[in-house]
Design a protein around this ligand. Sequence first.
Ligand code: NAG
Ligand code: NAG
Ligand code: NAG
Ligand code: NAG
Length: 828
Amino acid sequence: MAATTSSLRRLALLAIIGFFITVFFLVQKPYDGVSGSSWSQDAQSEDESSREKTPLNPDHIVPFVPETYGPPKDEILKPATTLLTSVKLAKPTNIPSHSPVTADVSTTAPSEPPAQTWSWEYTQGVIKSWVKTWPVPAIEGHWPPYEDYRDEDYDPNLWEGFLWNNEIYINSGIRLLVSDGEAELSKVEPYMPYPAYNTESWQRQWRGTYTSCEGPRGKLLNASDEDIIKAYPALPTGFPSAAIGYTNLTGFSVDAHCFDRHHRYGPYGFGQGEREDAEDWQEPTVRPDWTSVNWQKLQDKCLMKNKDRYKPKARQPPVLKPGKDLPSKLSSAPPVPQLRSPDYHSRTAILVRAWEGLPFGEDELQNMRALITELSLHSGGEFQVFILYHIEDENMDIWKNQELYKDSLHDLPRELQSISILWNSKLCHEWYPKIGDCNNFWHPYIPLQWFSLTHPEFDFVWNWEADVRYTGNYYELLDGVASFARNSSRKYMWERNQRFYVPSAHGSYEDFLNSTYEAADRATEEGEKSPWGKNAWNDKAQRPIGPTPPRSIDEDDFEWGVGEDADLITFQPIWDPREVDWTFKEKIWNFLPGFRPTFTEEDPMAANFRHSDFGKIPRRTTIGSHLRLSARQLYAMHLENLAGRTMAAEMWPATVALHHGLKAVYAPHPVWTDRVWPAWYLDAVLNANRGEDARWGQKDDSIWVHDRSHNLAGTSWFVEADFPKTLYRRWLGLRRIDGSPLAEIDGKQWEDEGMTIDLPVGENGGEQEVRVGGHGRMCLPPMLLHLVKDVYDEAIPQQVSMPPPPPAEEAEEEGAEPIPFPNERGRI
Ligand SMILES: *[C@@H]1O[C@H](CO)[C@@H](O)[C@H](O)[C@H]1NC(C)=O
Ligand SMILES: *[C@@H]1O[C@H](CO)[C@@H](O)[C@H](O)[C@H]1NC(C)=O
Ligand SMILES: *[C@@H]1O[C@H](CO)[C@@H](O)[C@H](O)[C@H]1NC(C)=O
Ligand SMILES: *[C@@H]1O[C@H](CO)[C@@H](O)[C@H](O)[C@H]1NC(C)=O
């Protein structure tokens, strides 16, 4: 007995020591790893392993662990919503009566509330009553802490109590397409979303002749079906719609096809050499030895076969080691492309960011093969894919010493070495000494500037992260997004860029544009000035390179900018950070001459660096680093950096576009959610604006405030999202355990037989045992997924029992029937 007690004590002591060591580690870490941002670029991904353990937001002493937005991993077994189901839902408090709509809503208790007609105050009242009634899970270690919001008028965790979007998994098997009754739907076909090359209408638009290129199987791609991904010509009935974004963004409908893992990745080695045959899939007969495929050679040969389609200066294979000398001829901005027909096609470089220690597993390699084949080889060289490989040691002379260069290159998988370009921060020190520091965490776009200025043959550059996946064809996505951005007007583009499109709340995309523009009109009448053309902060210091508007904004009927290629394309909204509690908004270098943050070991994030004049500097932010930048955009960023001016990475490209009068477009690609959100609530949270016209995301209630951004953790596209990891692994037939009723689905058993499970049914709640799954491999629409990593099969952990949830507070009953909080017991 005594022995047990003392060993328990020893354990407790060890635990305490461990805790202090951990805290010490957490406090120390941000400086070495400089992976401090909750949201930043590759610095954040550059040190993924430490990121998991580091306080991501340096402002928090409490570690912010993005992985655990649900219950902590080892306690997950009885997930949050299961807890909810066992709680008797308390009666919500009454709804505020200052809104004229109250009476209406309360008497009818509508199943789909007519949210568009709600006043802002009324909406806030309902949200507040939900905050009070939601039975907060009794789980510690969650960020943001569950218990912190009881007395607030919002709760960034509330969505975790909504119904799970189980239909994504239940209504997505390939066998469902056959049982839908039409045999044609089960017929998988090659998926080729490319222009009708060499046709008459194509030739009216483009110069030169498209010539088919050789693929990794050594055959011309027009004669090798095995190099082409295939799709089913429908989406299974009942697959949920995207919650956010424009399903026709690319010009191809998202609902018309679906992709399963074998037909999407089969051409790139998925299932290669597997013993068992996969249902309804033919393994390619030509099985390349992938390690010996020379992707650079294939891409260069492809370009040369198609070279008459491109500008004379783009008719040479790109140089992989351009050196770090500033090109001497650089004196003016890249010319603004003039629309001509027929014209030379533009060339776009995809720069996939990599660094020492970034793991490249089989899944990463298949994704790289997809990027190269779909974007570059099938298009005859419109794109070219590279790895931009960061060497951390800035003193390593990779610039002159060929041996060192070679040695470093050899740390990458052999298959990728031929397309890799090495760089280190020596570049920044030599090109931009006036900035004052050269940390890639703050300045991740400098190597893109270097690439662009030394490769004028490329009109555009995509900054691309290795942890993104697309279930469809990459060309369809990137060519479509470019076309969407080209078609967008400049009038009210900054307002449009701030707002999420929520189809269930806003109606058609045209309705969305209409209501966005009307709000912008009202804001203008209230005295707000919509940016139009150049907006230099300091006319003397900055020389904006963008075009002068052809007419005033009032005279423009959404014409200016239509047909003009965008200088900046983002996959998340672009918003004004000045009134938002967002961590890095004060990180501004040398806009006030000589005033810049200094980072020291004691103060690694320059936490108190600010200036009262910063509020006057117009700026814009976008979270996430998947951006397309034009040569003109990168040139403007180069000019600013030469003068020493820069800002935190999230603010920098969009702010330069704003100051220089360049065209910036947020591309509202379709995004799914892992919970079923009421339309009005999704709109209210994503487009929070303190009730002010056209100020979406830029007030103190912005979705981009550090705790509120947790609302995006259950979406398929967010740097801290968890959902994509689950979805992607299950699509690959692997298990990933989340907190949903379908937590434990895995490949084989789920796909072949299915399982019996308790699911909510009907309008009024209640659960029923339902047989789900057994419909074959998951088949998904084209989805852009971020963040995807750790692609492996997860084991089912040992069951542990959870403490019972706390009794929900009894709310007093008063007045009208309130809008019930939707949970697993019932939908509203
Ligand atoms: C494939 O493309 C090549 C080069 O453009 C062409 O010569 C050949 O006829 C094409 N083959 C098929 C089957 O279309
Ligand atoms: C999407 O595009 C298709 C085909 O062009 C069109 O029929 C459909 O109406 C579009 N949908 C929306 C929501 O715009
Ligand atoms: C852009 O406009 C052109 C010309 O009207 C049209 O053909 C194309 O489909 C549009 N692209 C997108 C993505 O809507
Ligand atoms: C929005 O639609 C209404 C009704 O069709 C129309 O009168 C109005 O001009 C539109 N507003 C804008 C800004 O397009």
